[in-house]
Write a protein that binds this ligand. Structure first.
Ligand code: SF4
Ligand code: FES
Length: 242
């Protein structure tokens, strides 16, 4: 039995004790745009793309507990406009070249940008100098695409029990760190069977020798927009199923 209901864009959504707004909404089949949330992992609040208005106040849906009677605004033009701004900043902070990325069509950042109606970056590109780490035998790490969502950090710690990843630095200097003697993936405890190996929402952590196995145009978000693919049970493997 549910603990109560709240209104999400005028629709009643049931929640269980301890549910966040985002978890309850997604389980009920309603899309709340997000990048750093995963149903198998703890809360982070890193990306703020899930920001909604709860009884008139801004709140991150992935860290805000559901309560009976809340009135939640989610997909309004004004809120989506703020999300579009956040996405544009993410795109210019990194080096995202969708047409040549093998995650294109399967990337939550790209799919969410399309969902928010983003047509260009608007801001000047930073073009940061970021390394590619190809030292691991079966996986590679392309930090050009990293959006610092911390999903790999949490997956490696909470699920894999390895703590392979961490975030270091601050502001525009923030970056992903690998916990190994050399600081590279090759001599870390990382394995391609780790949950952290499949959770990246963008193309920053990818398997080697498996590029373009599914042709561009036939990938998940090529087939339907992200908002049409909410999986109500909310608990599936990998980073694509959100
Ligand atoms: Fe997120 Fe991927 Fe960067 Fe890890 S590598 S912080 S999962 S974007
Ligand atoms: Fe809520 Fe990222 S999904 S802050």
């Amino acid at each position: 039995m549910s603990a109560g209901t709240f209104k999400l864009d005028g629709v009643d959504v049931a929640f269980d004790d301890g549910d966040t707004l985002l978890a309850a909404a997604q389980r009920a089949g309603h899309h709340v745009p997000h990048l750093c949330w995963h149903p198998r992992l703890g809360q982070s609040g890193a990306c703020r793309v899930c920001t909604v208005r709860v009884d008139g106040r801004w709140a991150a849906a992935c860290t805000t507990r559901a309560a009976a009677g809340q009135v939640v605004e989610n997909r309004t033009p004004a809120i989506d406009g703020q999300r579009r701004l956040l996405l544009q900043l993410l795109f210019v902070e990194g080096n995202h070249f969708c047409p040549s990325c093998e995650k294109s069509g399967d990337c939550l950042l790209q799919a969410t940008a399309y969902e928010m109606g983003m047509t260009g970056p608007q801001f000047e590109e930073f073009y940061p100098n970021r390394p590619v780490d190809a030292s691991h035998p079966t996986m590679w790490l392309d930090l050009n695409r990293c959006i610092l969502c911390k999903l790999c950090v949490r997956a490696s710690t909470e699920v894999d029990g390895k703590a392979v990843f961490a975030i270091g630095g601050h502001g525009v200097g923030a970056h992903l760190l690998v916990n190994s003697p050399s600081g590279t993936l090759g001599d870390s405890a990382f394995a391609d069977s780790d949950f952290a190996a499949s959770v990246c929402p963008v193309g920053a952590i990818l398997p080697k020798r498996r590029g373009f196995a599914v042709p561009v145009g036939q990938r998940r978000f090529d087939r339907a927009p992200v908002s049409a693919q909410v999986e109500p049970q909310g608990d599936r493997e990998g980073g694509h199923g959100r």
